[in-house]
Design a protein around this ligand. Structure first.
Ligand code: GLU
Ligand code: ZN
Length: 306
């Protein structure tokens, strides 16, 4: 099986930026005869709101985006995450880290501190057993990847070759929660995902995900990173930017078709104001060279009714 996916966090209504990325993920899958699967990234229980599993599905449907099978929830899969952590621990790819954020900041800023270029300073990388025991008494440990300064590259289908030095990232937080960069690899593998389309704020994290996949013997999917939609302030679109959800747009008198037309036009897949269905866009997407999506705008035009 080959499949693409969309993996929202059910923390609110999807906004136009999420919807544009979701539409592109759907088009990439459907234009290559892949299944399209959904996964709710719901490990962060503090911000998840129960009603948004349903509202997010309804919003995708409203635009004509369909999916195969039942959407998966990360919270149903915690065992598998622990198994992978055990394997990495057995292979000596992880080490416990007791640092607080503040300790890390102070270590990096100290006058003679390590020049890490923003990477973890390595404080806990080679503690002795007795040093560990002493710190264990202070606070529970997170688990970090022993990356040893490895460099990892991959070829992005939109952005071309990408290469990063891998940081000793946290793969399990000290409250026991497995971290996104680990679970995304396991979830994509478990769902048979071989195509990931998502916003380009995740480009920097992708080499770490490819690296972790390699350690676990998992084949990485192909990646297409598309421009993240930004709000007025130049940071990711959010509620503060005004009428950003389908519900908000309806209150302004716009139909779902109006919104789909705006999203499609912003990707260069429709003329401004053109009536289209999501399915109309599949051949248009297929006809476009994938790297051309690197140039779609990061802002949506001021959305007012003509
Ligand atoms: N859950 C992430 C988000 O909503 C997406 C992560 C991913 O696609 O890998 O931004
Ligand atoms: Zn540490």
């Amino acid at each position: 099986m080959s499949a693409g996916r969309f993996a929202p966090s059910p923390t609110g209504r999807l906004h136009l930026g999420n919807l544009r990325t979701g539409l592109l993920a759907w088009l990439a899958a459907r234009s290559t005869d892949r299944q399209f699967l959904l996964r709710f990234e719901d490990l962060d229980k503090v911000s998840v709101r129960d009603e948004h599993y349903e509202t997010q599905l309804a919003d995708l449907s409203a635009l004509g985006i369909d999916w195969d099978g039942e959407p998966v929830r990360q919270t149903e899969r915690l065992d598998r995450y622990e198994d992978a952590l055990d394997q990495l621990l057995t292979d000596d790819r992880l080490y416990p880290c007791y640092c607080s954020r503040r300790e890390i900041r102070e270590a990096v800023q100290a006058p003679n501190g390590p020049q890490t270029g923003g990477l973890y300073p390595g404080t806990c990388r080679s503690l002795t057993a007795s040093e560990r025991a002493a710190r264990e008494a202070e606070r529970p440990a997170a688990l970090r990847l022993r990356a040893e300064g490895a460099e990892q590259s991959y070829v992005d289908r939109v952005l071309g070759p990408i290469s990063r030095v891998i940081d000793d990232i946290v793969v399990r937080r000290n409250d026991g929660t497995p971290a996104y960069n680990l679970v995304v690899v396991l979830d994509d593998d478990a769902q048979g995902i071989d195509q990931v389309v998502r916003a380009d704020d995740l480009v920097d994290a992708t080499p770490s995900q490819v690296y972790i996949a390699g350690l676990l013997g998992i084949a990485s999917p192909e990646y297409l990173h598309v421009p993240l939609v930004l709000g007025h302030t130049g940071i990711r679109l959010a509620k503060r930017d005004g009428a950003v959800t389908l519900g908000d747009r309806q209150e302004l008198g716009e139909s779902n078709e109006d919104v789909l037309s705006i999203l499609a036009a912003s990707c260069g897949l429709a003329e401004p104001g053109e009536r289209v269905t999501a399915s109309d866009l599949i051949p248009r997407f297929a006809a476009r060279p994938t790297p051309s999506f690197a140039d779609i705008p990061t802002t949506l035009p001021e959305i007012t009714r003509p």
